[in-house]
Design a protein around this ligand. Structure first.
Ligand SMILES: [Zn+2]
Length: 276
């Protein structure tokens, strides 16, 4: 699933292609891909101009301004969602689920082979009623170290389970949880509330560093992630923990362990990652 750096990369790529473009028509080619207030989605989108492309957690946001003034369209790519701009007259592909026709003839396709993704309109009313949006945790690149430390006070859950919980902090998934905990030398199964303040401050710094380094490399390409131009990212080439179970720890040489935490495969070094 694309995490924060991959969605950020896609958003930056789409911004260059879409800002200033007017959406003339929208079609849902597979029923169920448009969630939330469907009536408003289909009535407010045609005629709107894309003013900017952004991100909140793992949601990609197309901000719109138009006669009916919707706030934005939100896309969750989940496992296999993709957003690509195609030239005029491009035919939808086998996995194209939602199709936007732009004023200049180009087309934006929301493709999703596995159909776990969705899009929805996100206006003021939806921001007040959509539980997922209302409960999204803070952005990891914006939160201060002090506020970050407070997220874990008194917590009994494993730190990794908390990092994956989008209501605790938004945008982090399996890759960046494992990578940042490895770099911060914290065991993923350590209860959040038991970890020393200085370790959490270190984790805050490592999360920001790993996310920014990955954005710099246009994200990580595992399975079929591609950015808005169809390019693969390169951050997977410098993974230190994710996907390296059984290989030597790059810090101490011990064999990296594999465990299941919060239902996710977790890789860590039992020798140099600590419980507190
Ligand atoms: Zn180690």
């Amino acid at each position: 699933m694309p995490e924060l750096p991959e969605v950020e990369t896609i958003a930056r790529g789409l911004a260059g292609q879409l800002v200033g473009s007017r959406i003339m028509a929208v079609q849902e080619l597979r029923k169920g891909m448009v969630e939330g207030d469907r009536e408003r989605f289909f009535s407010a989108t045609p005629g709107a101009v894309v003013t900017s492309v952004g991100r909140r957690g793992k949601l990609l946001l197309l901000h719109l301004s138009g006669e009916k003034h919707p706030e934005c369209l939100a896309f969750h790519l989940k496992m296999s969602g993709r957003l690509f701009v195609y030239p005029q007259d491009a035919a939808p592909g086998k996995h194209t689920r939602v199709l936007f026709d732009l004023e200049d003839g180009r087309r934006l396709f929301f493709d999703d082979a596995r159909t776990f993704g969705f899009c929805r309109i996100l206006d003021a009313a939806e921001k007040n009623s959509w539980t997922f949006w209302k409960t999204l945790g803070p952005e990891p690149l914006e939160i201060t170290p002090e506020s970050f430390v407070r997220l874990f006070r008194g917590a009994r859950r494993a730190i990794k389970a908390m990092l994956l919980d989008q209501t605790v902090i938004a945008g982090i998934g399996n890759i960046y949880a494992d990578e940042s905990l490895f770099r911060a030398r914290i065991r993923p199964d350590a209860p959040g509330g038991r970890i020393a303040r200085e370790s959490l401050v270190r984790l805050h710094g490592e999360i920001q560093a790993v996310l920014l380094e990955s954005i710099e490399q246009c994200g990580s390409s595992i399975r079929d992630y591609r950015d808005a131009h169809g390019n693969a990212g390169a951050f997977q080439n410098v993974f230190q923990a994710y996907g390296r179970a059984g290989q030597a720890c790059l810090r101490c040489g011990a064999s990296l362990q594999c465990a299941r935490i919060a239902g996710r495969t977790t890789v860590f070094c039992a020798q140099c990652q600590k419980m507190e």
